[in-house]
Design a protein around this ligand. Structure first.
Ligand SMILES: Nc1ncnc2c1ncn2[C@@H]1O[C@H](COP(=O)(O)OP(=O)(O)OP(=O)(O)O)[C@@H](O)[C@H]1O
Length: 371
């Protein structure tokens, strides 16, 4: 574990509780109106909602960049208003869109900023920065470069590393991935999920992207105009039991999104129609998937096919237990026979799952979520 990442007592994840918190700006605008909310310790809470409904105001009240007009915010049970501002900020990492890095400092010095301010020797802080860079998936050799010499996705990773450098119990992320292209964004989301499995911080994340919210969140908070909360729930409940027409409209096509949430771990692939060798066949009686000696899919063989016949390509497979049901359904729909091809993480074929048997799995999952 990187030295900057150790979890001394007091650095374990903190819960953040809002009690009837309101923010009225000087010009009279109500940013947030009497919200009550708990961001659970060690979990990812994602704020979504239309523009101007109070997400950023709520986020920034946690580290007191904005002070509430009324109500209390408790961090691990302590009123944030009573904490000394500098130490409060040190306990809360902050990541924003475009990373917000210091342009004239090297990447390593950017990451080491807070530890150096805390009195850690520069050399020690730089070494810790290199470990943190590896942790967020960056080559430590990039530490000597300046932010402008990095891609947008790399800069965001540096932003995350910098926010984690003081090992804060709470991490605030305000649309951190919205300035990068969809592919890089997907990578950054995966990286954050992997990192979170290791570090278990209390993460509060703002996004406009519902798919991003569903992928990352343990809990989604939907804000609505006027700075109030329309619903705060797990992604599954939000999609299956929207509290209002507004939430239903805002969360969008839940049928498809559902499939992205559902795991494939419970599916039981069958191997009857997977073949390694064809020479014993006079001609196939039905569609079969042929695999090579390493169990990788070669392609589909038509009924009547004999050894040497051309394959129909296997266009999509899914990793059993790791990919969501949506990928399994794609795999079934793209195969010539409605059979999804299940593999392990090394692309070795485990077997086939019939389209018809995906349906009961989906129904079963839905009814358990409703229970
Ligand atoms: N400094 C300010 N002075 C006056 N009004 C403000 C100020 N900052 C924000 N507001 C207003 O408070 C409301 C909530 O703003 P906030 O930035 O929290 O919304 P948001 O949901 O984060 O929006 P977006 O999704 O567009 O970032 C908006 O009406 C906004 O115009």
């Amino acid at each position: 574990m990187a030295s900057g990442m150790r979890q001394p007592p007091g650095h374990s994840p903190a819960n953040v509780v809002f009690e009837s918190v309101s923010k009225r700006y000087a010009d009279g605008t109500v940013g947030v109106d009497s919200i009550g909310l708990e961001c659970e310790a060690g979990k990812v809470t994602v704020f979504v909602g239309p523009s101007g409904c109070g997400k950023t105001t709520t986020l920034r009240m946690i580290n007191r960049m904005i002070s509430p007009t009324s109500g209390r915010i408790l961090i691990s049970g302590r009123d944030a208003a009573d904490l000394e501002e500098a130490s409060l900020r040190r306990g809360i990492g902050y990541v924003i869109q475009n990373a917000g890095l210091f342009p004239h400092r090297t990447v390593a010095d950017n990451i080491a900023t807070v530890p150096v301010l805390q009195g850690i020797r520069r050399r020690t802080a730089r070494l810790a920065a290199a470990e943190l860079m590896e942790r967020v998936g960056l080559d430590p050799a990039l530490g000597r470069k300046y932010p402008y010499q990095l891609s947008g996705g790399q800069q965001q990773r540096v932003g995350v590393a910098r926010a984690l450098a003081a090992d804060p119990p709470v991490l605030l992320m305000d649309e951190p991935f919205s300035a990068v292209d969809p592919v890089v964004r997907h990578d950054l989301q995966n990286e954050l999920l992997r990192l979170q499995r290791e570090i278990g911080k209390t993460i509060v994340f703002v996004t406009h992207d519902m798919d991003e919210a569903i992928r990352l969140a343990d809990r989604i908070v939907v804000f609505q105009r006027g700075g109030t909360i329309a619903q705060s729930d797990t992604p599954e409940r939000l999609l299956t039991e929207p509290a209002s027409a507004f939430v239903r409209d805002f969360t969008g096509d839940s049928g498809i999104k559902w499939l992205s949430l559902m795991g494939t771990g419970g599916l039981e692939p069958r191997t009857d129609d997977v073949v390694a060798e064809l020479d014993s066949f006079a001609g196939l009686d039905r569609w079969r998937l042929q695999i090579d000696g390493e169990h990788r899919a070669l392609g589909w063989l038509r009924p009547g096919a004999t050894a040497g016949d051309e394959f129909v390509p296997c266009r999509r497979t899914f990793v059993l237990g790791a990919d969501p049901m949506r990928t399994a359904l794609d795999s079934a729909l793209l195969s010539p026979v409605g059979q999804a091809v299940a593999t392990d993480s090394g692309q070795r074929v485990l077997g086939l799952v019939d389209f018809a048997s995906l349906e009961p799995a989906i129904e079963d999952h839905r009814s358990r979520a409703h229970a």
